[in-house]
Ligand binder design. Structure first.
Ligand code: FDA
Ligand code: NAD
Length: 433
């Protein structure tokens, strides 16, 4: 089969892939210079919609409504946009082999693409319970969520099992967001997770207890401190019971599993230096191999603010890292340089009518303020203090201005007043800063 050459190839057409394409177009691109090769059958879209509005029982989000770059307030890049720009969108196509020495990519169908510069934007995939050898974990009715095809399968299951019973395995992002949308779809939901409180990688016990209480008030049953150890099926191989390690058994029509993600390194594995589970890059998202960049979930990058190197699995970073890489590529071609990536971690989630934002680093001592359950619209937050400075800030129910204020605090890291003062001032501390 003939080889096709592109000056730039983006491997992976997810969030980072879409934002990288827009940046190439912004900075000047000749028709035929850029291709995106994506395993997915649709043009890049804002993945966060899949666990939220895409699953709403009414007024659900559908493509083309949430193609990138609407998630950050930009124009939607419809499939026609790529055609107009002369960008080849090679969809439904997986790169199964990459050879960085000959700069070639081979796809499932055996097509070979040569590149001048490659951007690895393959994202993450879900960890499966079958990876841990949990018996019965491949039964029908056990759902995972990463791509639109999985969201569509879940929608079908919700339709078939109307007002049935759902078990959500995992108490992280997917667990909390999916439990909420399943309740909205009138399923009876039980969440199961091993930790003593939900979202332990970010929440403190105080923060988690608010969300757990809120979810319970919405009818969610929470089972903590245990894991799914097996599944029983009916005569059609459809899940019927979730068996827990503590001996309990939960009936289930639908199971949704969110027990973490792992970056997709496969086609480049062994050819690029890895660190902390991802491909190690510099502040311009260059890997150790010339002309190969890695962005989004797969990149382990220098987090300048903390003098550390990290991998971040969130959408804000996937967008910004893609933009940084393309700017660096174009600057290098012109013999210029750009400033180093100086990222302030930003994570958020929305469920029911709740919405929180977090900026910075959740290390050190935490001070939770404003936890007043009597208010109809909850608004509370937390600061994290390390070495006498505020390094992280969390806010539930903040307005855009208030969220901006906590972001500023996390970025500027002001000296922390006493815990008593911080507790008394709460959000005002950020607003007056
Ligand atoms: P992303 O996963 O978006 O894209 C990777 C693409 O590469 C996919 O299209 C994949 O098919 C393709 N691919 C993989 N291997 C390939 C190969 N070999 N050949 C060709 N194509 C290949 N974050 C946040 O901050 N707030 C939020 O609310 C949410 N919500 C959310 C919901 C759900 C359901 C998920 C799964 C994730 C989130 N996230 C999030 C996380 C966020 O979406 C995630 O960090 C970004 O999508 C990462 O962007 P990437 O482009 O790196 O990967
Ligand atoms: P996660 O890491 O947020 O949470 C995984 C949860 O599963 C943890 O609570 C963990 O302890 C628990 N767990 C682990 N093993 C278990 C087991 N055997 N049984 C039960 N529970 C178990 O991962 P996730 O929620 O699966 O999310 C997947 C990816 O999607 C991540 O990259 C995440 O960042 C991303 N995502 C982000 C958002 C957001 O930022 N709002 C929303 C959805 C998804």
């Amino acid at each position: 089969m003939a080889e096709k050459y592109y000056k730039y190839v983006i491997v992976g057409g997810g969030v980072a892939g879409g934002y990288a394409a827009r940046e190439f177009a912004n900075l000047g691109l000749e028709p035929g210079e850029l291709a995106i090769i994506s395993k997915e059958a649709v043009a890049p879209y804002e993945r966060p919609a899949l666990s939220k509005a895409y699953l709403f029982p009414e007024g659900a989000a559908r493509l083309p409504g949430f193609h990138v770059c609407v998630g950050s307030g930009g124009e939607r890049l419809l499939p026609e946009w790529y055609t107009e720009k002369g960008i080849d969108l090679i969809l439904d196509t997986e790169v199964v082999k990459a050879d960085v020495a000959s700069k070639t990519l081979t796809t499932t169908s055996g097509s070979v693409y040569k590149y001048g510069t490659a951007i690895v934007a393959t994202g993450s995939t879900f960890i499966k319970l079958s990876d841990f050898g949990v018996p019965g974990a491949d039964a029908h009715g056990i759902h995972y969520l990463r791509e639109i095809k999985e969201a569509d399968a879940l929608i079908e299951a919700i339709k078939t099992k109307k007002e049935g019973v759902a078990v959500v395995v995992g108490g992280g992002y997917i667990g909390l967001e999916l439990a909420a949308v399943l309740v909205l779809n009138k399923l009876k939901v039980t969440m199961v997770y091993p930790e003593p409180w939900c979202m332990p990688r970010l929440f403190t016990t105080d923060i988690a207890s608010f969300y757990e209480g809120y979810y319970q008030a919405k009818g969610v049953t929470i089972v903590k401190g245990t894991v799914a150890s097996g599944f029983e099926t009916d005569e059609h191989g459809h899940v019927k019971v979730v068996k827990l390690k503590d001996g309990r058994e939960l009936p289930a029509d639908i199971v949704v599993v969110g027990v973490g993600a792992r970056p997709v390194l496969a086609p480049f594995k062994g050819q690029l230096v890895e660190e902390k589970g991802g491909f190690k890059v510099d502040s311009f998202f260059k890997t150790n191999v010339p002309d190969v960049y890695a962005v989004g979930d797969v990149a382990t990058f220098p987090l300048k603010l903390y003098g550390d190197i990290r991998r971040v699995e969130h959408v804000d970073h996937s967008r910004k890292s893609a933009i940084q890489a393309v700017q660096a590529i174009k600057a290098a071609e012109a013999g210029n340089t750009i400033p180093e990536y100086d990222y302030l971690p930003f994570f958020y989630s929305r469920s029911f009518d709740l919405s929180w934002q977090f900026y910075g680093d959740n290390v050190g001592d935490d001070v939770v303020f404003g936890r007043d359950n009597s208010t109809p619209k909850p608004k509370f937050g937390s600061y994290w203090i390390k070495d006498g400075k505020i390094v992280g800030a969390f806010l539930e129910g903040g307005s855009p201005e208030e969220n901006k204020a906590i972001a500023k605090v996390a970025r500027e890291q002001p000296a922390a007043p006493s815990k008593e003062t911080l507790l008394a001032e709460g959000l005002d501390f950020a607003l007056k800063n």
